[in-house]
Design a protein. Structure first.
Length: 320
């Protein structure tokens, strides 16, 4: 029997999806890819395959999970299986460089960014930002990894030469214009099946780690997805959000065969927006969703249901 296979490396991020799949009575299988094998001579099972591999897997001890996922996805695609967020999506998930190039290709403005490998090269690249504030971040990131704000090259140099320096897992450090939001928030636009679902406003006043999952790993000291009470919610869905950039986002996703994603932008003091992240392993904040009455994982489960029904119908027709 064909079923939904969920490919991932972090069980804490699949609980809500599995609950929604159970609610809809859908057959599914939990496919953990923190380690494993791929028999290239075998034929994959029937069904659809939803890839939820994360760029931050190495922070949970799963350093090579994306590489294993890449092998599995190539195998599935070779056999013509229906894959949601396949190989191309994984390529973007683990490379912000590739994300920015794809966004710019479709007319979406991104912050000025320079990629550097090596401490000396990081300092040399920083000269392009001299006299202004800038940030560093990891190319293969997630969870705000490596995001640091600097006001001068001298401060950056002290950081790079200190024990506090956080080396990127792929060796690529990005230096980027610091876009100051007048109200200290970013906006994350969620897409399922390539269609816009909702936008969520995220308060960034307490830090850069912006994963909206309800359960964060222990190292996420400033993760705004925790359940501690606050006077102002850090995540809030924007009712009836609309902006011309949404159509460009949809084009980016379509051209890269990405069906499910969260895309983040920040607005500067002049009202210009800069897009800086495509997250193909998107999560949703339950408190914000409950307040707004909109549920990302439910929409995702419905989308997977329609994809499974399409595959099943095709299989039945082919057997006649």
């Amino acid at each position: 029997m064909a079923k939904i296979y969920v490919l991932h490396e972090n069980p804490e991020w699949t609980e809500h999806l599995f609950r929604r799949l159970d609610e809809l009575g859908l057959p599914y299988e939990d496919w953990q890819l923190s380690q494993g094998t791929v028999d290239l001579t075998a034929t994959p099972p029937e069904g659809i395959f939803y890839n939820r591999m994360s760029a931050s897997s190495h922070t949970r001890g799963n350093r090579y999970a994306p590489e294993l996922s890449n092998a599995v996805l190539a195998w599935l695609e070779h056999h013509g299986r229906t894959v949601i967020n396949g190989s191309r999506a994984l390529q973007l998930e683990v490379s912000k460089v590739l994300q920015y190039l794809e966004l710019e290709e479709h007319g979406v403005k991104t912050p000025k960014t320079v990629a550097a490998v090596g401490k000396d090269q990081i300092l040399e690249a920083a000269r392009q930002f001299e006299g202004q504030s800038f940030i560093t971040k990891h190319n293969r990131a997630g969870k705000g990894l490596g995001v640091q704000l600097f006001d001068s090259i001298e401060v950056l140099e002290r950081y790079v030469e200190s024990d506090a320096f956080e080396a990127p897992v792929d060796g690529v450090t990005l230096l980027q214009d610091y876009i100051k939001s007048p109200e200290s928030f970013i906006t994350r636009c969620e897409f399922v099946g390539g269609e816009f679902v909702y936008a969520v406003r995220v308060d960034t006043s307490e830090g850069f780690e912006l994963c909206p999952a309800d359960t964060c790993s222990i190292e996420d000291l400033f993760c705004p997805a925790d359940s501690a009470p606050a006077e102002t919610p850090k995540f809030r869905i924007v009712q009836d959000f609309d902006h011309p950039v949404l159509e460009k986002y949809k084009q980016v996703l379509k051209s890269n065969d990405i069906q499910v994603a969260g895309i983040e932008f920040i607005q500067d003091e002049a009202g210009n927006i800069y897009t800086y992240d495509i997250n193909t392993n998107t999560n949703y904040n339950s408190d914000a969703e409950a307040e707004a009455g909109q549920f990302g994982m439910l929409e995702l489960a419905k989308f997977l249901k329609s994809e499974l029904e399409a595959v099943t119908k095709t299989s039945v027709s082919a057997s006649k």
